[in-house]
Design a protein around this ligand. Sequence first.
Ligand code: SF4
Length: 287
Amino acid sequence: MSSNLLLKKVVEAITLAECNLPPDVENIIRRAYETETEMGKAQLKAILENVRIAREMRAPICQDTGLFSYYVEIGDDFPIRASKIKKVLIDATVEATRSIPLRPNAIDVLTEKNTGNNVGQGIPDISWDHVDGNTLRIAVLPKGGGSSYVAKLHSIPPAKGLKGVVEAVIRSVFDAGSMPCPPTFVGIGIGGTEDLAMKLAKKALLARMDENSKNEELAKLEREIVDKANSLGIGPMGLGGRWTIFNARIEWASRHPATLLTGVCFSCWALRKAFVEVSGDEIRVYQ
Ligand code: SF4
């Protein structure tokens, strides 16, 4: 496994994420279409047509091709060092921006200048997890600005417990309205510290969206949030309808006795993600 081959595979994964909606995401949109109102159906039909054209033309699903986050799970014995992998991810972002091409979205907050290649101070964002063994797994998550605009961190009085969590999430969905191009996928991070709650919320968007948590209590909470959010009637593109959110997925961490922090992170219907997995000589790019 060379750095060059890894770079090519990460560019392949970025291209897949940007131009091809993952099967779990597309499945749930198709399922929702069957039960949507006439007005909502028209929006979902346009979305599905957009997905088809993007796939056939190998063109980005949306003009906002997002800012990049990478989630890296690296084995202690993986042959390429973490610092080199970081360089690969940065170079792959630049190369994918040029070759697909992608809209450059990284703005220097001091000069207000666009860097022109989706790389800038702290961007792409790279999270690291270290595991035993010699494998590597990279998750690619480009995310548009419309859905990031409405992200929320809630500090809930711990005495309110999970009921307070549900209330806060539903309030966030209500406040977001049509801004994140609904129906959305909602990632929720419960507990931990303030930064961890948001990190978990975003990471929850990597979970399969046509499933719920394997933990029955969390799955129940996810379903309750979907039912309550959909009773708001915001609907596809905010024009009214049955589906305001497609699914909610939860990640959690232990909390401090005095806090119940809850991060809420939205993805629009265009939830773009892809994965690179390396094990020995085998390298796989998939969604
Ligand atoms: S919210 Fe999503 S679908 Fe809407 S403009 Fe942004 S990236 Fe595109």
